[in-house]
Design a protein around this ligand. Structure first.
Ligand SMILES: [Zn+2]
Length: 477
């Protein structure tokens, strides 16, 4: 039977091994595996990554179709389903003329604008007193557009060794430029510092931009990206601006008692929509995560029917992640942080073979890591910390707004890079190549075995938490 494929394969071996997808597994595992079938994951991923969903862009017809599809699946499962409003402002900036060349957006009011600003080099655009760093010290930036490099300064490594801190995030740099009174901010893209190539900037920052309503109190007249450090002393731009209110929705399904402890499971439904390059179907990112969310919801619902949960599991297909984690921010802000024992994020499931290791993004912050490591360990596998922390994934998905509120978070990723198995390495390469491109299409050859195994471990953590048997503690800083 397809559904047990992974676990029969795992059960075939008695010794753990580093070399390949050979794992020890406890014999009773099969008995406790909920209905986490690879076939369902495949079907759901294919449906969400279908051309009809048009890349599930924020405020798009394809996005509306995706939301309706997800809500229908949750209702079929008998979940208590709500559409949580996510009020946004959309900014559409159409540049007529500009010098130097850049991808830019504006937060000015609707209308035609013709402007010029002095350009001021503001280093990395970072103010980090805890590291004794201030790029803005003595720099007159009022009325100017600051030019800042992406990422963090190459000190001895960076602020936290190789790991990108919040200071290196482009969103932090924009907020810093704003609070320093700059008129605008241009970020010079460095693929190494940012964690992704220029093509990702082009794909991700074309089209409308969105902000949480009612919009920023200190609007940036212009902001965006350049590929190279401009040598011009002024930025000139003529552009048409259209600003309007829109509403997006998190699709939220609850299972359980209706009271605390709450376990939140997020998977963003949105992706990049369509653009000049074509449709960004986002099969891995993040049709696969929403598919896993639904499969987990069914398993937890079945468990609750046989043995009621003490607490409540909130399954949230979140909106507007790609445009700034805006749906997750709304969701996190709508909950009492003290009642939420964990926020588990699914973003880019392992659609390939089972990996000997599972990597944690932003590890070491709570004992939730240990719970997950135990569940993964029962499968004869191992948990590792983030193997590419310089990519800044710690701040780049929907767990981040929960972490910012002090809630323990779990964001597992497949350990492709730490395997010597060529098939797994190939999956890792494939995934990196597809990231935020129009190539992230559903592939019928995917086995989804890895996602089944990972979801199984996540399921165990969810149930332990919702049974109120354990409560993760924060550790470290
Ligand atoms: Zn994603």
């Amino acid at each position: 039977m397809q559904r047990w494929l992974v676990f029969t394969m795992l059960a075939a071996c008695s010794e753990p091994s580093e070399s390949a997808e050979v794992h020890r597994v406890v014999p009773e595992l099969e008995l406790t595996v909920p209905k986490l079938e690879a076939d369902t994951l495949r079907r759901y991923t294919a449906a969400l990554a279908d051309e009809r969903m048009q890349g599930r862009g924020t405020a798009s017809a394809g996005g509306r179709r995706a939301k309706a599809w997800i809500a229908a699946r949750m209702e079929e499962l008998g979940l208590d389903v709500q559409r949580q409003r996510v009020p946004l402002i959309a900014y559409e900036t159409t540049v007529r003329e500009m010098n130097p060349d850049a991808i830019v957006h504006s937060e000015l009011a609707s209308g035609s604008h013709a402007k010029a600003w002095p350009l001021v080099d503001a280093g990395y655009g970072i103010v980090a007193p805890e590291y004794g760093w201030n790029d803005y010290e003595g720099l007159p930036v009022g009325g100017a557009v600051v030019v800042v490099r992406s990422g963090e300064p190459p000190m001895t490594g960076s602020f936290e060794g190789d790991a990108l801190t919040e200071h290196g995030r482009w969103t932090t740099k924009l907020e810093r430029a704003r609070t320093q009174g700059a008129a605008g901010c241009l970020i010079v893209h460095d693929p190494r510092g940012a964690g992704y190539p220029w093509s990702v900037v082009q794909a991700s920052f074309s089209g409308a931009r969105f902000a949480a309503a009612p919009g920023p109190s200190q609007p940036l007249q212009i902001w965006g990206w350049t590929e190279e450090m401009p040598d011009a002393s002024r930025l000139r731009a003529t552009f048409e601006q259209r600003v309007h209110d829109i509403e997006e929705h998190n699709i939220v399904g609850r299972v359980g008692s209706g009271v605390a402890p709450f376990v939140v499971v997020t998977a963003h439904w949105d992706h990049l929509g369509t653009g000049p390059a074509g449709t960004f179907n986002g099969a891995m990112d993040n049709a696969s995560g929403v598919a896993a969310l639904l499969v987990l919801a069914r398993a937890v619902k079945e468990r609750h029917a046989t043995k009621p949960l003490v607490g409540t599991v909130v399954f949230a297909a979140t909106a507007a992640e790609e445009v700034g984690l805006l749906g997750a921010r709304t969701l996190a802000a709508s909950m009492h942080a003290d009642d939420v024992v964990a926020a588990i994020n699914l973003d880019g499931m392992n659609v390939g073979p089972v990996t000997p290791t599972v990597e944690l993004v932003a590890p070491g912050r709570s004992t939730l890591d240990d719970l997950f490591a135990t569940a993964v360990g029962r499968q004869g596998r191992r948990v590792l910390g983030d193997q590419s922390p310089s990519g800044g994934a710690a701040f780049r998905s929907d767990h981040a707004p929960f972490a910012a509120r002090g809630i323990p978070t779990l964001y597992p990723q497949p350990g492709y890079s730490t395997s010597a198995n060529p098939a797994l390495l190939a999956f890792g390469t494939q995934r990196a190549r597809r990231y935020h491109t129009t190539d992230d299409d559903y592939d019928p050859s995917w086995s989804f075995e890895g996602a089944v195994a990972d979801a199984k471990a996540i399921y165990e953590v969810i149930v332990d938490l919702a049974d109120a048997e354990v409560r993760p503690r924060r550790v470290g800083h």
